[in-house]
Design a protein around this ligand. Structure first.
Ligand code: BGC
Length: 750
């Protein structure tokens, strides 16, 4: 693994590849790099976890360890928590102490602190948690996504933290994957547009401003597509698929101005992404034009040696990753990276130009964030923590995520005098409403949740009065009492309706690995027992990924998909059940019918039309339990008058598609209008549908509105066999609601 490289001294002042963009912060960074020793540079590229500089007590730094790490090794970045979220004040003290230590170094370079504020600021006590990305995708509300992101940014910054490891831009096309809830679902367009909007929201105020943080698009690239769905396991994927479904989100995020990127811990076609110069330099830098920091994921450089077995020694692993294009190593438990990289540079295995390039990127971000001028948590930022209006927003976001999947005989909304029996492991759980990255990494430890967090049982009792709501459930997802079918049957006698709360308790990353999407049998047994009472059963699902419910679904009168929707999930559920909110969430994924039928909505023609025998064909290749984009309302929506501005879209021109949408029911409501296209014939088998645009409208009962979309040739493009993104001439269906029209795309350059 040795490479022939220039001697260190010969290129000390060259900094060739960092001279691209001219901005004052870049220039300052380059100038500072020129003054730095090798030790100081390598320190900047090293990131350690808080535990390395902490005492065993949470939130207390160990001054000796801090000095060894920061003053002794010039460490550039610290991340994470030791066990659980800290208070705002604890964070501010921790950050202040770290920056005080950094001031003792020769060049007084501040430390950049990074945290995972995945659905709100995960790691500050009492911070406002919002729906996970999968729930935000169900809202199809970009403005809402922007608003919740701004709150996350403010609460991070109030805690003294200026770098957020979010958003996750991995495409959720493998529902077994334990990080599915962190994705925007199976569609490229939703991931691309929501992701870009969120990145802008984090950064657009200007990184010096105490309302902004640096974002981190992650995990580049293809992380979500592991073959078995197990976290951090191999991906096998041709470039054409990678570019069609997984790259566009990152491309859009780079354009939106993302400051940093985190690398996929997995391997693609046998090459770990941390070792892929092709992906990290050729595609990311040269093709996408990304100029920010590429940070490794947790321990992933050393894992090139210990886990992937592509590097024969720990030093070879460091050489591989840094030469491939990783700028900062999330080591994170020791200083091994620092020592190994120093050795590698001294031996000429990593060119100093590569080090200088990486360090300049890191310093440039520190300048942009204003850390050199003011490294301490800003006083002005504190007032932005925990504002009352955030709670209103959290409720709004959770409400908009709620996706009503079944409502037989109009069982919902419930009348206010209904007697409800609430059952199931989710009825008295807080963690199962919030999921991963909720005050702890796994989100399971309810001791750290805000005291005013409500369970579904409490929220319903608030609405209907305690005497009308009884339960067989107990706190504690795993308590055996929650699965007692006999108790459920016995308690059902006095109830009008059974509300059954099933799904998944919180999990994050590998601890969430499962071997089967099936809903666990003890929960299925509860559903069957509830149905056997003869009482109408309403199923509420709080889950991070779609667990299979095919055999029990017909037994349920109502099914509400609530995802993990954050601090106000319980209130949002009860609002929908009682009709205080008219549901408008729609699925951002295809809810599968069975493990063998994981066909996605943007299926190919041969998935749609199945060959049974010779000429016998069926048209039901895509038959999920609930399709992508599905979600019921308490009112009715009708589409009419689909019009195109022209029957031909020529070259770079625009085509306007308009449609009239009417609320024909008796309740006001919001509704997402989605536009799909399908090319009839193309050189690469065309998808049966691709989502190209969406918008959310609010209409009072009886009102109608004309909705307009603009289509351009880029919206119809796909990746061809030569890996080029092209739009081929031909006929297209455009589909909005149940309406369809046809137009032709004509390439005027031909
Ligand atoms: C996760 C990342 C996260 C990092 C730091 C890793 O295990 O894969 O998404 O940002 O830890 O907490």
């Amino acid at each position: 693994m040795k490479r022939l490289l220039l001697p260190i001294t010969g290129i000390l002042f060259a900094l060739p590849s960092i001279a691209q963009s001219v901005n004052p912060d870049h220039q300052k960074a380059v100038n500072l790099v020129r003054q730095m020793t090798l030790d100081e540079k390598i320190g900047q590229m090293t990131q350690v976890t808080l535990g390395v500089v902490s005492k065993p007590q949470d939130g207390e730094l160990d001054p000796a360890a801090l000095s060894r790490v920061v003053t002794g090794h010039y460490i550039g970045s610290i991340l994470n928590v030791t066990n659980h979220a800290l208070t705002v004040d604890q964070w501010r003290t921790v950050i202040r102490q770290i920056q005080d230590e950094a001031k003792k170094t020769r060049l007084r370079i501040p430390v950049i602190y990074g945290l995972d504020g995945i659905h709100g600021q995960t790691y500050t006590l009492d911070a406002t948690l919002f729906p996970q990305n999968i729930g935000m995708a169900a809202t199809r509300d970009k403005e809402l996504a922007v608003a919740v992101t701004k709150v996350a940014a403010r609460e991070l910054r109030a805690s003294g933290v200026r770098w957020n490891f979010a958003p996750v831009l991995d495409c959720g096309r493998q529902p077994l994957w334990s990080r599915f809830p962190e994705t925007y679902g199976e569609d490229v367009y939703i991931g691309k547009t929501m992701g870009a909007a969120v990145i802008k929201a984090y950064e657009e105020d200007g990184l010096r401003n105490p309302t902004a943080v640096a974002s981190c698009m992650k995990h580049y690239l293809g992380y979500s597509a592991s073959r078995t769905g197990k976290d951090r396991t191999p991906i096998y994927m041709p470039d054409i698929e990678l570019r069609e479904y997984y790259l566009p989100q990152f491309q859009a995020a780079v354009k939106a101005g993302a400051s940093t990127i985190m690398i996929n811990s997995g391997e693609i076609n046998g090459t770990p992404v941390h070792a892929s110069k092709y992906l990290l330099t050729d595609v990311l830098r040269k093709e996408l034009g990304f100029q920010g920091i590429a940070v490794s994921d947790w321990e992933d450089i050393i894992r090139l040696h210990t886990r992937h077995n592509v590097a024969a020694t720990p030093r070879a692993a460091v050489v591989m990753a840094v030469n491939a294009g990783v700028d900062m190593s999330m080591v994170p438990n020791d200083l091994s990276f620092y020592d190994l990289l120093k050795e590698a540079v001294q031996k000429g295995e990593v060119p100093l130009s590569r080090i200088d390039e990486a360090v300049a990127r890191i310093l440039e971000l520190k300048y942009k964030l204003g850390l050199f001028d003011q490294p301490y948590p800003e006083d002005a930022a504190v007032q932005n923590f925990g504002r009352p209006e955030y709670q209103t927003l959290a409720l709004q976001a959770a409400r908009e995520a709620m996706t009503l999947l079944q409502n037989q005989d109009g069982i919902l909304p419930l009348a206010r005098n209904t007697h409800v029996l609430v059952a199931g492991p989710g009825a008295q759980s807080i963690s199962a409403l919030n999921g991963c990255w909720s005050y702890t990494w796994q989100g399971k430890d309810e001791r750290w949740y805000p005291k005013d967090s409500k369970t579904i049982l409490q929220a319903l009792q608030d609405k209907l009065g305690a005497s009308n709501v009884r339960t067989t459930s107990v706190p504690g997802w795993d308590s055996r009492d929650n699965y007692d079918t006999m108790a459920l049957k016995a308690a059902a006698a006095g109830a009008d309706v059974i509300l059954l709360c099933l799904g998944e308790n919180a999990y994050a990353e590998s601890p969430g690995n499962i071997g089967d999407l099936a809903m666990p049998e003890d929960q299925m047994a509860l559903a069957r027992a509830a149905a056997a009472t003869g009482k109408p059963v309403i199923l509420v699902l709080t889950e991070g990924r779609p667990r299979l419910i095919t055999s029990i679904a017909p037994l349920m009168k109502g099914i509400l998909m609530a995802y993990w929707s954050g601090r106000r999930t319980a209130e949002a559920i009860s609002d929908v059940l009682l009709g205080d909110y008219n549901p408008d969430g729609i699925l951002p994924f295809s809810y599968p019918r069975s493990m063998g039928e994981m066909v996605l909505y943007d299926r190919k023609p041969t998935e749609e039309v199945r060959e049974i025998f010779n000429e016998n064909l069926t048209m039901d290749g895509y038959k999920p339990l609930f399709p992508f984009g599905f979600g019921l309302s308490y009112t009715n929506w009708e589409y009419s008058d689909l019009q195109l501005s022209s029957a031909r879209l020529k070259g770079g021109a625009a085509l306007t598609v308009s449609v009239t949408v009417k609320n024909t029911g008796s309740r006001d409501g919001s509704h997402t209008v989605e536009l799909y296209t399908h090319q009839h014939y193309a050189s690469i088998t065309p998808s049966m549908r691709r989502l190209r645009a969406f918008t959310k409208i609010f209409l009072k009962a009886g009102e109608s509105q004309t909705v307009k979309f603009v289509l351009r040739k880029e919206d119809l493009a796909f990746v061809n066999a030569r890996l080029k993104t092209v739009t081929e001439p031909g006929d297209f269906d455009v589909m909005v609601g149940d309406k369809k029209a046809v137009f032709s795309y004509v390439n005027t350059n031909q």
